[in-house]
Every structure is written in structure tokens, then in C-alpha cells.
Design a protein around this ligand. Structure first.
Ligand SMILES: *Cc1c(COP(=O)(O)O)cnc(C)c1O
Length: 348
């Protein structure tokens, strides 16, 4: 585990890395360590995985949703800023699909409000923003090693941060709250004594999983290059095709880890399109149904259709095409050919 943590300090340049059992666990203990609770607000995009919103809700805080750009699906910095109030305790931008969120203006807005930025970097092992990696800009960042992500440990995650006190709290919350520090000075070896000043969770990553993670980190550059090549092949194979909007990349200098390749269907019903693709044996993903329209979110927080136009329009049209390093070029060509046959006016 220590070795994988070191890899993440090296990757990001952050001073601390705390391995956890999932990104969701990481989000949980970061929000707990920041003291987010009843009456607080946390600003995050609605176009994200529900894990973030669940964790905010489970702290008793209110998720406040910022709209995202239709083309890139990235959260809009002006929207983040507009949603910050005196009750906001943190903002959580997401590096969506492997491209970076526009961190500088988001960070500037958070600094003006005196609150931290927590990067949801679940899609972002290998992503960089303006020459520095995700997690390399002085913020706390959270990575996921779920099987669908760019690297995996079966399940797992990592939190990186720059604040020693925060890292210490995270380490305690990760493992029951157990403190052995007070006894360390009494002997060289381990000590059976411990104290608990605040109860913690059981969110440690096992060494067995971390060993897989270390090997995955050795391969991630190559795997991401393969993802980028496959994404370029999709872009080429679908270019100019009417009825489908291709993923747009942010205009700021960046490296894309191509976690997901998300298209938007404009000329037919998205779900009908997914059904037709299934006839060609092509399975797709849906990343993500907008969080502000989930049942419990509507009921608890009064969010509704019409709140976030960019996110809602993309939410109706998006689907994620198959993209993983083991795909052959021919697989991409097959998917592109199927799409051309299915879309009205798409046959060339
Ligand atoms: C996958 C994902 C998470 C949660 O990751 P886990 O490791 O499965 O808990 C959080 N946020 C986003 C954006 C994700 O895609």
C-alpha cells in the first residue's frame, strides 16, 4: 500500500497520498475530515456519478448542482461560482471522461470564498490540465480503481492532498480511528496499544490490491495511449456523420486519458438507438443520468427538469461507446459501421 501511495505522490506531486477501498470511501472521509455536515452545501456538477451526490447527502449536507457544457460535458466554472453561498463548504469538480475540468477559474472562485476544491479524479489517472496532472494543482483529489476505470485494483481508490493535518485525519478515518502514535516513542517495534479519539471507518486498501495497482501504474501510460488511438479512430470513423455529436475536447492545454468515449444522438431517440446497437451486439454505457433528476434528489432537494439546460440536453442524448485498451482497431470500425447503418441518413 505504501508503494502505491508513493506512486501517486510521484504522479501528482501532492505531498500526501492515502489509499482507500474505493473512490466513494475516499469522498466519504474527505467530506467527514472537512467537517461537511448538516446545513452545509457542496457545489458539484449534476453530470457526474451519483456516488459524489450520495456522499454529500449522507453527510446531511445539500448538494448544489452546477450546469455543464453540452459539448465537453465539463462543469462550467461560471456556474460553480454562481452557486457558491455563505453555506458552501467545498466544491467538487469532475474531470469528466478523462479530460480535465477547467480548474483555474474554479479554484479562483473557491479561493475567493475561502473553501477547498476537491477534484473528483475518478476518470483522471493520466489526465493533465495546463501541463500538470489532475491532483497536481494544490487541491485534494480522489481517484478510483473500480474495474471500469483506467487502472483497477478490483475495487480501490486514492486520495491525494497537500495538507498534512488533513492527511492525518484521513488516515485515522480510513482505519477505525486507531492511533498508535502516542506509544511509538516507547519502543522500536510495533505496539499493541492504541487509542481512539474519534470513531473511524474501515476503508483501507489491502496490500494485495495495492500490488495489482503498482503493476497497473506501470502500464497506465501504454494503456492510455491505446485508449487515445482508439478514440482517434472513432473520431475519424464517425466524422461528418449527421445525427450524432462527437465528444468535444476542452480548449485549454491538456492531456486526455480517454476514460470514456461519449457521443450524443440527435436524429433519433437515444434509447431506441441503444436498442438497435444491441442488435449488432454492441453494448454501451450511460455516463451519467443527471443527478439532479434522480428520484431521491428531486424529493429531498426540490430539483427539477429545467434547472440545468446543458446537462439535461446532453443527458437525453448521451451514450458511451465501447472503449478499452484490449479493443482491436477492427472493433472500432465495426461499431462505426453499425452506427452508420442505424442512423437515419447515415448510410454512406
Ligand atoms: C466511478 C466514479 C466514482 C466512484 O468510484 P468508486 O471507486 O467506484 O467508488 C466517483 N465519481 C465518478 C465521477 C466516477 O466515475
Amino acid at each position: 500500500m505504501a508503494e502505491l501511495e508513493e506512486r501517486f505522490r510521484d504522479l501528482t506531486g501532492a505531498s500526501h497520498a492515502v489509499a482507500v477501498s474505493s473512490a466513494t470511501a475516499g469522498l466519504h472521509i474527505v467530506l467527514a475530515a472537512l467537517g461537511v455536515g448538516e446545513g452545509d452545501e457542496v457545489v458539484t456538477p449534476s453530470m457526474t456519478f451519483a456516488s459524489t451526490v450520495n456522499q454529500i447527502a449522507l453527510r446531511g449536507a445539500r448538494p448544489v448542482f452546477a450546469d455543464s457544457d453540452y459539448g465537453t460535458l465539463q462543469v462550467l466554472p461560471a456556474e460553480v461560482e454562481r452557486r457558491i453561498t455563505s453555506r458552501t463548504r467545498a466544491v467538487i469538480p469532475v474531470h469528466f471522461a478523462g479530460a480535465p475540468a477547467d480548474l483555474d477559474p474554479i479554484r479562483a472562485a473557491a479561493d475567493r470564498a475561502g473553501i477547498p476544491v476537491v477534484e473528483d479524479a475518478a476518470h483522471a489517472v493520466g489526465t493533465s490540465y495546463r501541463g500538470k496532472p489532475a491532483g497536481g494543482h494544490g487541491n485534494t483529489a480522489i481517484y478510483s480503481f473500480h474495474p471500469i476505470k483506467n487502472i483497477t485494483t478490483g475495487e480501490g481508490g486514492m486520495v491525494t492532498c497537500y495538507d498534512g493535518e488533513l492527511a492525518k485525519k484521513l488516515r485515522l478515518l480510513r482505519f477505525h480511528g486507531i492511533e498508535r502514535d502516542a506509544w511509538k516513542r516507547y519502543g522500536k517495534g510495533g505496539t499493541p496499544h492504541y487509542d481512539i479519539r474519534e470513531p473511524g471507518y474501515k476503508y483501507n486498501l489491502t496490500d494485495l490490491q495495492a500490488a495489482i495497482g503498482v503493476v497497473q501504474m506501470g502500464k497506465v501510460k501504454r494503456m492510455n495511449e491505446r485508449r487515445a488511438a482508439l478514440a482517434a479512430r472513432y473520431l475519424e470513423g464517425l466524422r461528418g456523420l449527421p445525427g450524432i455529436d462527437l465528444p468535444e475536447s476542452p480548449s485549454c492545454p491538456h492531456e486526455h486519458s480517454w476514460h470514456l468515449f461519449i457521443v450524443k444522438v440527435t436524429s433519433m431517440d437515444r434509447d431506441a438507438f441503444i436498442g438497435r446497437l444491441a442488435e449488432y451486439n454492441v453494448g454501451v454505457g450511460l455516463h451519467f443520468p443527471p443527478c439532479h433528476l434522480l428520484s431521491y434528489v428531486r424529493e429531498r432537494y426540490g430539483t427539477k427538469e429545467g434547472d440545468l439546460p446543458g446537462c439535461e440536453l446532453s443527458g437525453k442524448r448521451i451514450l458511451s461507446l465501447p472503449l478499452f485498451p484490449g479493443m482491436a482497431d477492427g472493433d472500432v470500425d465495426y461499431v462505426c459501421a453499425a452506427i452508420r447503418e442505424i442512423l437515419p441518413g447515415g448510410k454512406s
